[in-house]
Design a protein around this ligand. Structure first.
Ligand SMILES: NC(=O)c1ccc[n+]([C@@H]2O[C@H](COP(=O)([O-])OP(=O)(O)OC[C@H]3O[C@@H](n4cnc5c(N)ncnc54)[C@H](OP(=O)(O)O)[C@@H]3O)[C@@H](O)[C@H]2O)c1
Length: 235
């Protein structure tokens, strides 16, 4: 079961939507992929759908729960002594019927814990494995709603959480530069998933493209940047 040769990637929230498409794309490029999901059953279901493409390992991981992160790390360690790619994709968009004047602390807490603090805690936890890679890359799946010019008073916790995730990308890139670990944020565009809804113009595969490119082909000299359609955009 131990993985020694091909590169290994971990995707959070990999059971559906853009995360699933990223996992699929990485497998098609020959990467081994750890699909994580809040429930082990969902992770296994997704892994079964993709198993014809290559080696997929399903693992339970709730990004808001530190015990779950530690358990996931232990399971990854049983399968691999290193991690090459970390895709922080898991996210929620819960701002229905609230705005910046009415949102309560509980909802702000939940969104930040998932979209921002989850990504930071996962980087912290998996860093010892990423440090073992010769080409470690971290990709944070952000959003145009996290751009300074994209902030909307009617999407308060989501916008602020992605703005802060972009801040975390800049800080992590700085903190990890000396170790040669590349960290970038990307926006998938508006994508037809449970989150994006059926009117969105992009397929999950189109939404996944820049994350896959950043994980596999983008120049390693670019770190701490924000990307859409394989191009750098302004924070
Ligand atoms: N769709 C868009 O138009 C769009 C645009 C810009 C950015 N994005 C970003 O792209 C990423 C993926 O979005 P999507 O459209 O694919 O959304 P989605 O279809 O709603 O999928 C979200 C994924 O995140 C997982 N997740 C949520 N909370 C979690 C937690 N606490 N721990 C672990 N996993 C958790 C979900 O797991 P469950 O199945 O267990 O709920 C699911 O796998 C998100 O970060 C989102 O903000 C999406």
């Amino acid at each position: 079961m131990e993985i020694k040769h091909s590169k290994i990637a971990l995707v959070t929230g990999g059971n559906r939507g853009i995360g699933f498409a990223i996992a699929q794309g990485l497998l098609a490029k020959g990467y081994q992929v750890i699909i994580t999901a809040r429930s082990l059953d969902k992770a296994k279901e997704a892994a079964e759908k993709l198993q014809s493409l290559g080696k997929v390992i399903p693992i339970e991981l709730d990004v808001t729960d530190d015990d779950s992160i530690v358990r996931a790390l232990q399971t990854v360690r049983q399968n691999s002594d290193r991690l090459d790619i970390l895709i922080n994709n898991a996210g929620i968009y819960p701002d229905k019927g609230v705005n910046i004047l009415t949102i309560d602390r509980k909802l702000l807490d939940l969104t930040f814990n998932t979209n921002t603090f989850g990504a930071i805690r996962i980087v912290q936890a998996f860093l010892p494995l990423l440090e073992k890679s010769q080409d470690a890359r971290i990709i944070n799946v952000s959003s145009g709603y996290g751009e300074i010019n994209g902030l909307s008073a009617d999407v308060p916790s989501y916008c602020l959480s992605k703005l802060a995730l972009n801040g975390a990308t800049i800080m992590l890139a700085d903190a990890l530069q000396s170790q040669g670990i590349v960290v970038n944020s990307m926006c998938p565009g508006w994508v037809r998933t449970d989150m994006g809804g059926s009117s969105a113009p992009r397929t999950p595969e189109q939404g996944a493209d820049t994350a896959i490119w950043l994980a596999t082909e983008a120049p390693r000299s670019e770190t701490g940047k924000f990307w859409r359609d394989r191009k750098i955009i302004s924070y």
